[in-house]
Design a protein around this ligand. Structure first.
Ligand SMILES: N[C@@H](CCC(=O)N[C@@H](CS)C(=O)NCC(=O)O)C(=O)O
Length: 235
């Protein structure tokens, strides 16, 4: 692995896991190079023979870290003052919500984003414009992807026991609002790792119609804007 002048984040623009890492990098104001991976041939990550997903983080010394939460924890330890809780009840709470973000929140989104062919086409219109596709791929992937994802999302909703994707996401958001309590962030006066992970996941759908459910939950929406301001807008 080559050493580089800046740490690199190999990512897809529309990947919720990648946005978790970008939120932390932005919050800690860490300069990095973002490398958009081609979703079909993935040639940019050909150095990574075993692990074929994004995000992948490679630091200046060439150390490769895979998987969004381990990447966040690695970055937190190596760069600047820590954001993740160190120990005790705060750490337990943060871990609980980090797991919830990956196991529940991320999985709540596809059934809503791809809930019917019309919404799926809108989503793929956006996705194919964000990713490295050529003209032909953009069109074929838009239609085939939208059809496949509508079916996959239905199956995933069934497996998760989600009867109504809209109320399920609303319930997830009210659980998050309840976890925030009276504080500005889950971490209290400052965001912790779970704040940035949950924010990143929601940020990934900001341009999609499903984002309106985030804006409709007043408490979550205020929290979201606060995190956006300090993590990405001020970065
Ligand atoms: N547990 C991993 C999940 C990463 C993941 O599933 N990434 C997707 C993109 S959102 C991926 O790379 N899928 C494989 C592919 O596109 O072929 C993480 O948190 O980073």
């Amino acid at each position: 692995m080559e050493t580089t002048t800046l740490p690199k984040l190999y990512q897809y623009n529309v990947c919720p896991f990648c946005w978790k890492v970008k939120a932390l990098l932005g919050y800690k104001k860490i300069p990095y190079e973002s490398v958009e991976v081609h979703p079909l041939n993935k040639k940019e990550i050909k150095f990574s023979k075993e692990y074929r997903k994004v995000p992948i983080f490679v630091d200046k010394a060439g150390n490769q870290v895979n998987d969004s939460t381990p990447i966040m924890k690695y970055i937190d330890e190596k760069y600047g003052s820590p954001v993740f809780a160190k120990s005790g009840a705060e750490k337990d709470k943060e871990e609980k919500w980090l797991k919830w973000a990956d196991a529940t929140l991320v999985r709540a989104l596809p059934p809503l984003i791809y809930r019917n062919l019309g919404d799926s086409l809108k989503a793929f219109d956006y996705i194919t414009q964000q990713e490295k596709f050529n003209w032909f791929q953009q069109r074929t992937i838009k239609y085939s992807g939208a059809m496949v994802m509508t079916m996959v999302a239905k199956k995933s909703a069934k497996e998760q026991g989600i009867a109504d994707p809209e109320s399920h996401l609303k319930k997830c958001l009210s659980d998050w609002a309840e976890a925030l309590g009276k504080e500005d962030y889950l971490g209290g006066k400052e965001p912790n790792g779970a704040d940035l992970a949950v924010f990143g996941i929601l940020k990934s759908i900001e341009e999609l119609p499903a984002f309106r459910w985030i804006q409709e939950n007043a408490k979550v929406w205020k929290w979201y804007q606060r995190v956006d301001q300090i993590a990405l807008k001020a970065a």
